[in-house]
Design a protein around this ligand. Structure first.
Ligand code: 7PJ
Length: 271
């Protein structure tokens, strides 16, 4: 993981492939099939150029329902163990729950990706103890209702202030500054206009003393802007990644790994 963090201090970039662990993964007899599918998908994304696999068992999409602790553990831990048996690819655990963070890190995950920016009681302490990179994401409100009516004084300044406060909280809790990654949180309590401002002003986040992660892949902002269904958002997603790279973002959380890597290779070649 430190190698990955060092890499992005130059003009290089890192793609994080999204591995969704689906709600019915562990019902009835599907268990081993589902695990094998998850492993296959992870290995394929690694082959295509992903240096980190981001595993999430709690859907945080707009409108998603809350998942219990036991359910989330049952979804993600077997997948982490399975990948660890076959690959040394870096694994990121996408969770807000300290118990899941601890179990995932103990099972071989290398990084914590928290859409709640380590706000849950005990989250900072777990990450400090394991001394792993953390991604702090901004969101406004909670997934159930966050898209209803997002409000900002100044969307860029408000997000920068929040991320800066959360980074300070990390350092106060003993998390190394070099382990902090920030993320403006596309789609998390943001209107289309807010999301476009964030992309346009990406350089302002990148001017903060932390690397920036962008999660914009297939998001509903493209549905709104382009009237495209989720499977038809590849071109917009890779274009957005290229724009964000040019403005200084270095981590990209994506579904379409090979295509995003192509776009970023081109960007880097002319940088
Ligand atoms: C993000 C995330 C994001 C980070 C999700 C989806 C929603 N983690 N997890 N940043 N989005 N760090 O992929 O549509 O933007 S889940």
């Amino acid at each position: 993981m430190q190698q990955i963090l060092n890499k992005i201090r130059s003009n290089s970039w890192v793609v994080m492939g999204i591995l969704n662990v689906t709600p019915d993964s562990f019902s009835d007899g599907g268990r081993f099939d589902q695990l094998d599918n998850a492993l296959k998908h992870a290995l394929q994304m690694q082959q295509e150029g992903a240096q980190i696999i981001d595993i999430g068992g709690e859907s945080t999409r707009p409108g998603a329902t809350v998942v219990s602790l036991d359910e989330e553990l049952a979804r993600v831990i077997p997948v982490i163990e399975k990948i660890r048996q076959h690959s040394d690819v870096a694994i990121s655990i996408d969770t807000s729950k300290p118990v899941v963070m601890r179990a995932a890190l103990a099972a071989g995950a290398n990084m914590v990706n928290d859409v709640n920016a380590l706000c849950a009681d005990g989250a900072l302490a777990v990450c400090a103890e394991f001394d792993v990179p953390v991604c702090l994401m901004h969101k406004q409100g909670e997934p159930q209702t966050m898209q209803d009516n997002p409000q900002y004084q100044d969307v860029i300044a408000d997000i920068c202030r929040y991320l800066s406060e959360r980074a300070d909280a990390c350092v106060d809790a003993g998390i190394s500054k070099k382990n902090i990654i920030i993320d403006p949180g596309f789609g998390f309590g943001k209107s289309l206009e807010n999301n476009l401002s964030i992309l346009k002003e990406m350089a302002q986040f990148c001017a903060m003393p932390y690397p920036v992660l962008v999660g914009i892949s297939r998001k509903s902002m493209f549905g709104m802007l382009l009237a495209r269904e989720v499977e038809q958002r590849l071109v917009a997603s890779t274009t957005a990644a290229a724009i964000a790279y040019q403005k200084g973002a270095r981590f990209f959380r994506v579904h379409d790994v090979a295509q995003t890597c192509d776009a970023l290779k081109l960007c880097q070649a002319i940088s």
